[in-house]
Ligand binder design. Structure first.
Ligand SMILES: O=C1NC[C@H](CO)[C@@H](O)[C@@H]1O
Ligand SMILES: [Ca+2]
Length: 436
């Protein structure tokens, strides 16, 4: 492993994280209040799902992070905005997957943190507007897009992550409302996918949601399959449903058998043909760097740690991870950076399991790099080119929910969080483990 940094004052670093969040929120409050995303370089704002229409995305994504940091005035301000303004009865089309992990998940975690009943009601209202996409398919696999008012569906050609990553949000919604429909729909889709793997236990990254017919031959642990594998484990971790553990173990055994490769002392997971197992390329997607933490959660610790360390070396090489990287050539395939959380997510998961300083040091490097290069006049910005560090004028909603929360929790010994018994979703929403 890379040399650990000098003895850190973790509490002091946690204080810096909290001040950064407070500063970013103040700018959002002044420049983009209620908008989906602030534009951190210009101070402008932009919508996420529906062109020209805002659903308070960044505000909703930030809420449980604010609560954990005890930024209670800011938290209340956000909840007050929701009480006064949030309305999902909009004639506009949204991604089913993004809406569930970001907005349903964000409302549920804020409800669990505060007990505010309207937040749960809004989560249920939104989920009810998404359910027709699950019910429409004879095999229970949702279309990619739905209109929140009319229920009109679009794009049946979808992927494992988008149909198979909602069991924890929908399962929590069913638990809190007593309505089993959500849990059932989420599980049905995941089981349907699992039943369509190849002889060697792999699945491609594209299929028709009405027929189940495969539309690609590429098996990947990265997007657009990544969070399906994560949620197979999570269905077991959060609900103790052994069927998910069996499916997770089967899929992971096939992945370890067919996709794990060593190259120049590093461990990578390569894309392969889902029936032959033949490697397709050496391209690595930054989003895949969550996977080492998942492997460790599921007990494949050595492989998981090796993969996370491989990605940490890429981070050391550029300071900020490129969106894509060719492991054989050692060059970026995409030089942009979308202010992504995955490597910090993986290291945080490793740390929750073993408390090794190595992981805290990795996350400290991730945080300090963000402070050095992503900070702009009105918030934290994505990057146009990690080799030149040219910024781009965007701050994605997940930034508010994910890495700022992981930085806070790993450095601060947060008294509002149960470090032994907890669950964070793929969007970083805390669905178990708040301590009031
Ligand atoms: O699972 C996800 N994928 C992409 C985003 C972060 O890069 C975020 O929405 C979430 O973590
Ligand atoms: Ca994720």
């Amino acid at each position: 492993p890379l040399p650990a940094t000098a003895k850190e004052d973790w509490r002091e670093l946690a204080g810096e994280v909290r001040e950064s969040m407070r500063w970013a929120w103040r700018n959002y409050r002044e420049k983009a209040w209620g908008k989906d995303q602030i534009m951190p370089v210009s101070g402008g704002s932009e919508s996420f799902s529906i062109k020209g229409h805002h659903l308070g995305l960044s505000l909703i994504e930030a809420l449980d992070t604010l609560w954990l940091m005890e930024l209670d005035a800011e938290f209340k301000d956000g909840v007050d905005w929701i009480h006064a303004n949030l309305d999902f009865d909009v004639d506009g089309e949204v991604s089913v997957f993004e809406t569930i992990i970001r907005l349903v998940g964000g409302l549920l975690s804020a409800h669990l943190a505060s007990g505010d009943k309207l937040l749960l009601a809004k989560a249920k209202d939104l989920a009810d507007r998404l359910m027709p996409s699950f019910d429409h398919s004879p095999i229970g696999l949702p279309h990619r897009f739905i209109n929140l008012k009319t229920g009109a569906l679009r794009d049946p050609i979808t992927n494992p992550a988008e149909v198979g990553s909602c069991i924890t949000e929908f399962g929590t919604l069913s638990r809190l409302t007593g309505d089993p429909r959500y849990h059932k729909a989420a599980k049905r889709a995941m089981v349907a996918l699992f039943g369509r793997r190849s002889e060697i236990g792999l699945m491609p990254d594209s299929f028709d949601c009405m027929t189940g017919e495969w539309k690609s031959r590429r098996a990947t642990i990265g997007p657009p399959s990544d969070s399906y594998y994560e949620y197979l484990w999570d269905g077991w971790q959060l609900f103790g449903d052994r069927e998910f553990l069996v499916m997770y173990k089967s899929c992971t055994a096939a992945i370890l058998e067919n996709q794990k490769v060593e190259l120049n002392g590093d461990t990578w997971f390569v894309d392969v043909d889902f029936e032959t197992g033949k490697r397709i390329n050496w391209e690595q997607d930054e989003l895949s760097s969550f996977y080492g933490g998942l492997l460790a959660q599921g007990g494949d610790t050595a492989a998981g740690e090796a993969y996370t360390r491989s990605w940490d070396k890429v981070q050391a090489k550029y300071g900020i991870l490129p969106e894509g990287y060719d492991a054989e050539k050692g060059t970026p395939t995409y030089k942009t950076n979308a202010l992504r959380p995955e490597l910090a997510d993986a290291a945080f998961n490793h740390w929750l399991l073993d408390r090794k300083e190595e992981w805290r040091a990795l996350v400290a490097r991730h945080f300090r790099a963000m402070q050095q290069w992503n900070k702009a006049a009105f918030g934290y910005a994505t990057m146009a080119d990690v080799t030149t560090k040219a910024q781009a004028d965007h701050c994605p909603g997940y930034w508010w929910s994910e890495q700022m929360k992981y930085y806070w929790l790993i450095f601060s010994d947060c008294r509002r969080f149960d470090y032994r018994k907890n669950y964070l979703s793929t969007e970083g929403n805390v669905l178990l483990g708040f301590r009031r």
